[in-house]
Design a protein around this ligand. Structure first.
Ligand code: C5P
Length: 226
């Protein structure tokens, strides 16, 4: 299937320190965003990549795309206040509208393997909505705002979800439209598809497909790259 990828990169998250939003931090002299873009270089189905960015970082990103010769990047656009709005901006771009399948991948997850991407695309062609996920190794509890545990969840029935998340493009566009109308906010893309009543399937994710959020994640990232 003709596949496009949205890599939302409009966050200003600086929890790692310094002035750079984390997607521009470099490992091995390559920004995380570029690592994430390059994951799709050799995935034949992927024809186009679009990148929602913060307006202040628009030309900086444009220069990076040129410098690192990211050929599949077809458009850079302005994202929104929240990740959901940034992805929504990507969904409206021509390259995505013309594709049959769309993958949404965090700019700060530079290690998804080629095998995972191929497995995900294959499953998405069949199921229409697929996420990679890991079974939690810790026990997960629900808590109250007052600091008490209110419930221990059944671990066998839980998954921790990663990106890329893959959808038939019409399924994603429809879900994002309905969510906007209903004022629904989800913490991942699949939540919007679920909200719209569509079944989401999951495949095994990868422990190395980490989301870089804190300084310790950067240290893990350097180890993974080695
Ligand atoms: O902040 P968080 O780690 O959840 O961000 C995940 C991804 O979403 C990052 O790639 C970040 O740049 C992106 N994002 C975005 N627009 C926002 C907030 C986050 O594209 N307003």
């Amino acid at each position: 299937m003709q596949t496009s990828v949205i890599i939302p990169a409009a966050g200003l998250g600086k929890r790692i320190g310094g002035e750079l939003p984390k997607q521009y931090i470099e490992i091995n002299n390559i920004p995380l965003l570029v690592h994430s873009i390059k994951l799709f270089d050799n995935i034949d189905d992927v024809e186009s990549i679009v990148i929602p960015v913060h307006s202040e970082w628009f030309s900086y990103t444009k220069d990076l795309i040129k410098k690192f010769d990211c050929k599949k990047v077809k458009e850079i656009t302005i994202g929104g206040q929240e990740r959901q709005e940034s992805v929504n901006a990507g969904l409206h771009l021509k390259a995505v509208q013309e594709s049959e399948l769309v993958l949404v991948h965090d700019a700060v997850r530079p290690f998804a393997s080629q095998a995972l991407l191929n497995k995900l695309i294959e499953a998405a062609e069949e199921y229409g909505a697929v996420v990679p996920a890991l079974k939690p190794v810790d026990t997960i509890k629900e808590v109250s705002h007052k600091g008490y545990v209110t419930k221990t969840l059944e671990r066998e029935m839980l998954i921790q979800v990663q990106t890329p998340q893959a959808f038939w493009s019409n399924v994603a566009v429809d879900a994002y439209e309905k969510a906007a109308k209903a004022g629904y906010r989800g913490t991942d893309d699949a939540a919007l598809v679920e909200f719209n009543g569509y079944k989401v399937y999951f495949i095994d994710g990868e422990p190395t497909n980490i989301k870089i959020t804190t300084p310790i994640d950067l240290e893990f990232a350097k180890l993974i790259l080695k």
